[in-house]
Design a protein around this ligand. Sequence first.
Ligand code: AMP
Length: 210
Amino acid sequence: MNLILLGAPGAGKGTQAEVICEHLSIPTISTGNIIREALKNGTEMGLRAKSYMDEGKLVPDEVVIGIIQERLAKDDCKNGFILDGFPRTIPQAEALDKMGIVIDKVIDIEVEDEAIVKRMSGRRVCESCGASYHLLYKKPAVEGKCNKCGGTLIQRKDDHPDTVKERLKVYHDQTEPLKDYYAKQGKLKIVNGQEEVADTTRLTLAALEA
Ligand code: AMP
């Protein structure tokens, strides 16, 4: 199954992507994680993306489209994949269509802005593998350490409150129109992501069956 996870930054896409990845044994492709990895490795693409990312802005379409094209061509995507954080603009969605990639379902996780700003302040990510945690809702077994790889948990620069507000603005202006784009194709499934993680997970798994 080829899936897209839509939703504002901090809506819980990463957490649900992990659940679906285990449930369906298909890889999660997060453009954000790929860009952060490139930045860590000091590649040209990473350095080019850094200023946009730090300000909460979107990296130019041609950069992320190139990343996705390369990633989707890999063998592990043959039986399906979960896109987390791509597409984020209409031209990105059109690029997927042009590549001949058929999307089966688009799961949109909805959370109000106010709750997002609150949540983001507690979000932590593993600096080694990118797994996400939360100081209140998804604590690691050992404080400050990743359950999966033992890496150090950090707060992303773009999770700071002012940047979060900019990211939400960008989301409403540029990404939210994708809901209409995929609703018109009959692919959009809306999930309420406002309650506990377990509730969102139950609704997400139900949306996969629907
Ligand atoms: P994320 O981890 O998905 O929240 O992405 C972090 C940052 O990476 C975003 O705020 C953007 O600056 C950049 N980014 C990730 N995915 C995309 C995309 N599909 N289009 C443009 N920029 C992106």
